[in-house]
Design a protein around this ligand. Sequence first.
Ligand SMILES: *[C@@H]1O[C@H](CO)[C@@H](O)[C@H](O)[C@H]1NC(C)=O
Ligand SMILES: *[C@@H]1O[C@H](CO)[C@@H](O)[C@H](O)[C@H]1NC(C)=O
Ligand SMILES: *[C@@H]1O[C@H](CO)[C@@H](O)[C@H](O)[C@H]1NC(C)=O
Ligand SMILES: *[C@@H]1O[C@H](CO)[C@@H](O)[C@H](O)[C@H]1NC(C)=O
Length: 484
Amino acid sequence: MNVITILSLIFSTKFVLGANIILIIADDLDLVLDGMIPLQNTRNLIGNKGMNFQNCFVASPICCPNRASILTGKYQHNHYVVNNSISGGCYSQQWKTTFEPNTFASQLKNKMGYTTFYAGKYMNQYGVNRDFSVPPGWDWWAALVGNSKYYNYSLSINGTQYAFRDRDTDYLTDSISRMAANFIKTRRSDENPFLMVLAPPAPHAPFTPATRHNDRYKDTKAKKTGNFNTPMQKDKHWLIRMGPSPLPESILPRLDEVYRRRFETLLAVDELVLNVHKSLTNANLLNNTYIIFTSDNGYHIGQFSMSIDKRQPYETDIRVPLMIRGPGISPKTVIAPVSSVDLYATILMIAGIEAPSDGTSLIDTLPLDRTLLIEYRGEHSVGLPSSGCPTDADPNLQSCSKFYGCKCQDVANNTYACIRRVSKKYNNVFCVFEDDEAYIEAYDLNSDVDQLNNIGKTMKRGKRYKFRRRLKNMSICQNSGCMR
Ligand SMILES: *[C@@H]1O[C@H](CO)[C@@H](O)[C@H](O)[C@H]1NC(C)=O
Ligand SMILES: *[C@@H]1O[C@H](CO)[C@@H](O)[C@H](O)[C@H]1NC(C)=O
Ligand SMILES: *[C@@H]1O[C@H](CO)[C@@H](O)[C@H](O)[C@H]1NC(C)=O
Ligand SMILES: *[C@@H]1O[C@H](CO)[C@@H](O)[C@H](O)[C@H]1NC(C)=O
């Protein structure tokens, strides 16, 4: 984008260059299973006041790889964070030396003098090997050590480890909310702008609500989508075909429990959003601040008889909430297809920086016909599996649990790439698995919203060839080449 376009944007829409930016990233929050229901303030104060995206897809349906995509604006094949382990790039040496110096935080701080603030979950492996140092790009730093927790966690605060216990006041979402409000209080509207990222643990496992929210959704049951607890799906990839399908009856109340407890954990996130909004209003900063709300990946609960997790190429797992409010943005529902990789270009554009990325700015004119890429690398068990399930004999399988009927949620060959196209005419997904069947799954979402009918095998050869070629090109795309 050149200066003329930036200026015309400012004058045509009152878009404010160099405004403050707040990015809120929920953890495992879906759109398809109605995960936004408990987030009433969030919907009212952000979604209904700005752009509410209906077609936002993740670059990878798993925490660490997609958080890396958010921070860098790159698809997985370009940032090399392929799973949640250090060996898979998650807070690895390569990530630290090659990618961290160029995250949106580093860009905004170094090039535009933003004051930057991070609180909450960062990369899953952060601090796990007791390196609590502050990554480049951040001035104020309060990052969770390791993966999602609600109580009994540690934060690295500006590089020093602090342990929190399980008093009510320790609840992590509330700690993040408090620190955010305290930071906003120190800001004045006539000083340099700030960038703030807030990453609460909700609604990730172990689904622990704040005490005050216990049982608030006591009678809520898991959403029974058209593909909930289906019998054996012969047209799905190997992991889904592996039983039991449907899940045993005794498991279903456990799925209800997870569903409602996820809702309950989100109530504190909704209070955090309200608190941030209030703090901005009190500090006279609201009209000069963009607020972006999204999630690192979606979630399934019982779809295709998979108990609870993400990691699958289906809509539940890859489609996430995204909403943006701020100066110059008028309320609208946006159907244009967008990706997690677009957040980087968006944040840079607000700050007035140009840098290459695999995405496009969301406050620019968006293409209404776009093909997005979704990449996932299946994880095997770490160490010897000890779930007590018969599958323990196969260390390629992961996340198998007796409590959930011994249906495993991942396997090393659950490795795939998909292209997801949304346009006026098309709404489809085409995936190829890197297993020994080179399995293809493809769905026409216009006629099959529940993805019950895999058309990968039945479509005409010529059509399949075109999909394959497009997928191959997307799988190696870089920068603007990903927008073709
Ligand atoms: C963290 O560092 C920032 C920037 O140097 C400083 O202003 C802030 O007071 C520090 N916060 C804490 C809790 O030490
Ligand atoms: C926190 O840790 C303490 C000490 O290990 C334990 O007794 C308590 O049950 C834990 N609380 C939660 C909510 O996990
Ligand atoms: C925001 O509001 C304040 C006070 O009402 C005003 O001085 C300022 O110019 C406004 N900023 C923008 C970007 O509209
Ligand atoms: C993560 O990815 C790395 C690199 O491909 C691989 O060596 C490792 O086994 C993977 N970890 C898991 C748990 O699958």
